[in-house]
Ligand binder design. Structure first.
Ligand SMILES: Cc1ncc(COP(=O)(O)O)c(C=O)c1O
Length: 436
């Protein structure tokens, strides 16, 4: 079955005349994989339909938020009710308290939380808080981790541990990233050397605990333990960017997964987004009370937002969190995701395609490599051309995965066993063409 892309092409041509590259976020443009982006007409459950009315099984789910699938009735009802009560007030509402309470209940490392509108904003504010609270300037991040597009984070490694980063975007002055040190993910030795050299100046270490922006790469337990120890020893704050993993890999987020392996483990600051807004613009950052009381209006660290804690977005997030905390939700989601990953693995083996995959809760990743990579350099060894063939092979068969090999995938509660079986069958056919 092949899908005509005519109406998508027409829309793409029209979009390119008025929107740079035709899209409002670069990865949507299909630049990495080639071809025409699918313009979404509508979505329901595990599916969306494009401009040609072709249906796709959706493994992106808005890049993570749609953990219940699209158009979950309880969420739609909550949003519809909220809309009739008003869109935005610029004054506090009870719903913001409810959402904050709901988040804190499941993530005990946080005693207070501030709601904002995007993951970028939350990450940027978390760094300002870390710098404000410690009185230090330097931050450590890891190659392949994405924390939003704030200036200080658009940075690649400098020439050595003694030199800080170089901007990865035009428009970011070198002085702005001179305090950002970029290290290799999962490299304990480099981490130790960096702290030995710069420890007393480091405000925070920011990390995606399970990185979803270099496909899917877990921080190893010994590496994470060392991150925690070194931050504590040197008075730096450990910032967990759980924009993607938060309420996605487990109800207690990725930190609960590490706490199982490292007794007493917790980060100092947590950054959340995606699932907590259920598909609406909502994100958050939080931590212990004494730290969060450094924020304005109580403390000296300034941060604000016209639409922060928006009443429609908070209604959407609350309804979503109330569904996912129902007993058994995550076991079922994790089981589905595991069956997808195992099915893909078996299909690849049957076709003789090198393949390695991993998953946690409702998040997964796979690589056309014989074994799972541990860092960005290893991820980049995946052959782009092969990934692109696989991507288009799946797309033609009505399966939509991320249009770039360095992105994770997401399964929702709405995906059925039949959807997963169809996906695995489509992948097996697509793997055949990889061998040609
Ligand atoms: C781990 C992580 N942090 C931060 C962000 C930025 O979030 P947003 O796109 O909402 O600004 C993303 C976005 O994908 C992300 O995956």
């Amino acid at each position: 079955m092949t899908h005509s892309t005519d109406l998508n092409e027409t829309l793409f041509e029209r979009a390119k005349r008025v929107i740079p590259g035709g899209v409002n976020s670069p990865v949507r443009a299909f630049r990495a994989v080639g071809g025409t982006p699918r313009f979404v007409q509508r979505a329901q459950g595990a599916y969306f339909w494009d401009a040609n009315n072709q249906r796709y099984i959706d493994y992106i789910g808005s890049w993570g938020p749609m953990i219940l699938g699209h158009g979950h009735p309880a969420v739609v009802e909550a949003v519809q009710k909220a809309v009739t009560e008003g869109f935005s007030f610029g004054a506090p509402t009870e719903r913001e308290i409810e959402l904050a309470e709901e988040i804190l209940k499941e993530v005990p490392s946080m005693e207070m939380v501030r709601l904002v509108s995007s993951g970028t904003e939350a990450g940027m504010s978390a760094i300002r808080l870390a710098r404000g609270a410690t009185g230090r300037s330097k931050i450590i991040k890891f190659e392949g981790c994405y924390h939003g597009h704030a200036d200080a984070l658009l940075v690649k490694a400098g020439s050595g541990l003694a030199t800080f980063g170089n901007p990865t975007s035009a428009g970011v002055p070198a002085e702005v990233v001179q305090h950002t040190l970029v290290l290799e993910y999962n490299n304990v030795q480099q981490l130790e050397e960096a702290f030995a050299l710069h420890g007393k100046d480091v405000a925070c270490l920011m990390i995606e605990p399970i990185a979803g922006n270099m496909n899917f790469v877990r921080a190893s337990v010994p590496f994470m333990q060392r991150c925690r120890e070194l931050c504590s020893q040197h008075g730096a704050l450990l910032v967990f960017d759980e924009v993607m993993t938060g309420f996605r890999v487990a109800l207690g987020s990725a930190q609960s997964v590490y706490a199982k392996a490292i007794p007493g483990f917790k980060p100092d600051i947590t950054v959340l987004g995606k699932v907590i807004g259920g598909g609406m613009p909502l994100a958050a950052f939080g931590g212990p009370r004494a730290l969060m009381e450094q924020m304005a209006p109580l403390g000296p660290v300034y941060q604000a937002g016209t639409l922060s804690g928006n009443p429609v977005a908070t209604a959407c997030g609350l309804a979503t969190l109330r569904e996912i905390r129902k007993p058994g939700f995550f076991d079922a989601l994790a089981g589905k995701t595991r069956s997808l990953v195992d099915g893909l693995q078996a299909a690849a083996a049957a076709e003789g395609v090198p393949f390695a995959a991993d998953c946690e809760g409702g998040m997964f990743g796979f690589f056309l490599l014989p074994q799972l990579p541990q860092n960005y350099g290893q991820v980049m060894k995946t052959e782009g051309a092969k990934f692109n063939t696989l991507f288009h092979g799946l797309l033609e068969r009505g399966v939509y995965i991320a249009p770039a090999l360095y992105e994770a995938g997401f399964v929702s509660a709405a995906h059925s066993a039949d959807d997963i079986a169809q996906t695995v069958a489509a992948a097996r056919e697509a793997f055949k063409s990889l061998q040609k």
